[in-house]
Design a binder for this molecule. Structure first.
Ligand SMILES: Cc1cc2nc3c(=O)[nH]c(=O)nc-3n(C[C@H](O)[C@H](O)[C@H](O)COP(=O)(O)OP(=O)(O)OC[C@H]3O[C@@H](n4cnc5c(N)ncnc54)[C@H](O)[C@@H]3O)c2cc1C
Length: 362
């Protein structure tokens, strides 16, 4: 979880924080490089178990008077001058406003006539390691940009106190075959297989393996008559890194500032979409989406050449190193994309003019 999230919600207590993070190690097919967090930004962030972090947030919401209904699935929504939400089992609630915060699930969008964001499919697993091995082998999050694993993201290993969380994402809406591929990566990847040697699956609520959706990109608008969409329900996520917690928290804060005015017409709530653009998209998500388009979705061999070139330039050029440090220090992506583009001559030397054209003409 990045520094910007912590600025919004404060530092969770020690029992929620698994590990503090100040750098990440990046691996490509042929190289590896440790990127420290940008000095001006300070400590990068923390690793948490989401169930513990979310419980901490829920406790704070309850203390402010919010009523939480657990295990209550919304089955349908009707908006007709007012909002009616029906739960599985038939119980209904009425209100003047709907805040859609249902994440990357696309089931509920149809009730508000909004096309859901496209999504990636990801798989993750919790593993336990014998005492001492987490420190010996990891210490910091490790990111693998490897075209044989995925050309639309990365494989990650996030160290916790006694084990690691691992996973990767694919640009597909079909879960078929992902688990088998995941197991093969863990068993056969030359670095990953060694780092995970001796690990055992660790169960959380009876499961160790998890399938997820991750939204691909943001929607055009995040409001309508009597509703707003926050977080991944609006596709508010960094398309390059898959980080979405900050955007979920910040969009909720922006929505609250508009909702508190008490006007819920489509016109009044339009201010919320404007705020999402000015605060989250125009200087940030627009650029991470551009970078994801440039860097992802190529054939595996070209993907690996791009990623190798990026790491070589990080090693060779102080300015590129600073740009890469910013990329892992939760700054707005406009501050990364524009300086990076001003250095495209260096990338041309590595990939050739045609190669760079192939990236930026998409
Ligand atoms: C494996 C993985 C790792 C990630 N790592 C990071 C990371 O390191 N940093 C980062 O910033 N982001 C990360 N993300 C992204 C981040 O988790 C999300 O972007 C963020 O949680 C979005 O918040 P949200 O509130 O919009 O949605 P969510 O956190 O997904 O919450 C949506 C909630 O709505 C509920 N819901 C859905 N449908 C219904 C329904 N019909 N009825 C009732 N409830 C419903 C869901 O059960 C869920 O509780 C990761 C995502 C994945 C999948």
């Amino acid at each position: 979880m990045c520094t910007r999230c912590l600025k919004l919600v404060g530092e969770p207590p020690d029992e929620v924080t698994e590990r503090k993070v100040t750098k990440e190690t990046l691996y490509t097919k042929n190289k590896s490089f440790s990127v420290s967090c940008s000095e001006s930004i300070g400590k990068k962030g923390i690793v948490v178990y989401r169930n513990k972090f979310d419980s901490w947030l829920i406790d704070r919401a309850e203390a402010k008077g919010v009523e939480i209904l657990e295990k209550s699935k919304v089955d349908s929504i009707k908006i007709n001058g007012k909002v009616t939400v029906k739960l599985e089992g038939g119980k209904e609630f009425e209100s003047n406003l709907l805040v859609g915060a249902w994440g990357a699930s696309s089931y509920l969008h149809k009730f508000i006539n909004v096309a859901p964001p496209k999504y990636y499919t990801s798989i993750s697993q919790e593993l336990k390691l014998p005492p001492g091995l987490v420190e010996e082998r990891f210490n910091e999050p490790e990111i693998f940009w490897d075209g044989n694993i995925t050309t639309n993201g990365y494989f990650w290993i996030f160290p916790r106190k006694e084990g690691v969380n691992i996973g990767y994402m694919e640009q597909t809406t079909k879960a078929k075959g992902i688990k088998e591929k995941f197991i093969k990566i863990i068993q056969n990847h030359p670095i990953i297989s060694q780092k995970l040697k001796g690990s055992e699956e660790m169960k959380i609520n009876g499961r160790s393996l998890f399938g997820h959706r991750i939204a691909e990109n943001y929607l055009d608008r995040f409001h309508g008559d009597h509703f707003v969409l926050v977080g991944e329900a609006g596709g508010l996520i960094n398309s390059l890194t898959g980080e979405g917690i900050y955007y979920a928290l910040k969009s909720a804060e922006l929505a609250a500032s508009i909702i508190s005015e008490g006007e819920y017409s489509e016109k009044s709530l339009g201010r919320y979409t404007e705020l999402c653009y000015s605060e989250l998209i125009d200087n940030d998500l627009k650029y991470s989406a551009k970078m994801a388009k440039m860097m992802f979705g190529h054939k595996p061999q070209f993907h690996d050449r791009i990623m190798d070139a990026m790491l070589e330039l990080t090693e060779e050029n102080g300015e590129i190193k600073k740009i890469m440090e910013s990329m892992f220090s939760s700054v707005e992506y406009g501050q990364i994309y524009n300086p990076l583009m001003s250095k495209k001559g260096l990338l041309i030397r590595k990939l050739g003019l045609l190669g760079v054209m192939k990236m930026i003409s998409r």
